[in-house]
Design a protein around this ligand. Structure first.
Ligand code: DC
Length: 232
C-alpha cells in the first residue's frame, strides 16, 4: 500500500498486546515482523539446555562464550498465521513460550553482551527497512532513528484481566490477584533494570489501548504509518 518503507518500533509494557498489534500491522503492510523478546527467549532456552542456568542464575561468562553458536531466524507461517522462531534451524516457537523460559529470561536479558549481540542482529534485520519490531528498547536503543515509534500501554488491571481471560480460556485455574501482582512486578523489573530499561522514547507516540479494540488500534497505527510515509 505504501511505496516507501519505514521502520516501525513498538515498545511497551508486558501483556498489553504489542506482538498482536505488531503482527497484524506487518501483515497489513507486507513488512517483516520481528519479535525481539523471542530472541532473548531463544538465548535463554539455549542456556537452559546447556545447563548454564542454575537456580535462576546464569553462568554469565559461559553464556557469553556461547553467543557465537546461537543463530536465530524467523519464518512467517502462512498456514498458522504465526511467526515461527528457529534456533540453529530448529523450530523452537512453542518451547520458548514455556514457563521455564519465561521464568529465566529476565536475568539473561540483563547481560550486556547478550543485549549487544541481539541489538546487532536486530539492526541487521532492519537494514532494508520495511520492518515492524516490538520489544522494550526498540525505539530507544535498537532503532533510535525509526520513522515511527509507538509506546503501547494499558492499565495494570486491564492487562491482568486480559491475561486472566486468556489463561481461563485455556482451562487453567488462575487467581486474578496473583496475575495482577505478576504484571506489576514485571513492569517494575522492566522499567528499573540498569541495562536498557523500558522507557518511552522522547519522540514515541503513546497508544493507551485500555479501552480500544484490536481493530481500532490497528487502524490508528496504519494512519500513523501513512502519515510518516507520506512525509518521506
Ligand atoms: O516480550 P517478551 O515477554 O517475550 O520478552 C521476553 C523477555 O525479554 C522479557 O523479560 C523482556 C525481555 N526483552 C528485552 O529485554 N528487550 C526486548 N527488546 C524485548 C524483550
Amino acid at each position: 500500500m505504501t511505496a516507501k518503507k519505514i521502520i516501525v518500533a513498538i515498545d511497551g509494557h508486558s501483556s498489553c498486546g504489542k506482538s498482536t498489534m505488531a503482527k497484524s500491522l506487518a501483515q497489513e503492510l507486507g513488512y517483516v515482523y520481528i519479535d525481539s523478546g523471542a530472541m532473548y527467549r531463544v538465548v535463554t532456552l539455549y542456556a537452559l539446555r546447556k545447563g548454564l542456568i542454575n537456580n535462576g542464575k546464569p553462568d554469565v561468562e559461559k553464556v557469553i562464550g556461547e553467543l557465537g553458536n546461537i543463530r536465530i531466524t524467523f519464518q512467517w507461517d502462512e498456514k498458522t498465521g504465526r511467526n515461527t522462531t528457529f534456533l540453529n534451524k530448529e523450530n523452537v516457537e512453542d518451547e520458548i513460550r514455556q514457563l521455564e523460559v519465561s521464568q529465566n529470561v529476565s536475568p539473561i536479558s540483563t547481560i550486556a553482551e547478550v543485549r549487544h549481540e541481539m541489538v546487532r542482529q536486530q539492526r541487521e534485520n532492519g537494514k532494508n527497512k520495511g520492518i515492524v519490531m516490538d520489544g522494550r528498547d526498540i525505539g530507544t536503543v535498537v532503532f533510535p532513528d525509526a520513522e515511527l515509534k509507538i509506546f503501547m500501554t494499558a492499565s495494570p488491571e486491564i492487562r491482568a484481566q486480559r491475561r486472566y481471560d486468556e489463561l481461563k480460556e485455556k482451562g487453567l485455574d488462575v487467581d486474578f490477584k496473583e496475575i495482577l501482582k505478576n504484571v506489576e512486578g514485571r513492569d517494575k523489573i522492566d522499567s528499573t533494570r540498569a541495562v536498557s530499561p523500558l522507557k518511552k522514547a522522547k519522540d514515541a507516540l503513546v497508544l493507551d489501548n485500555s479501552h480500544l479494540t484490536r481493530e481500532e488500534q490497528l487502524n490508528w497505527t496504519l494512519e500513523k504509518v501513512k502519515e510518516r510515509t507520506e512525509q518521506l
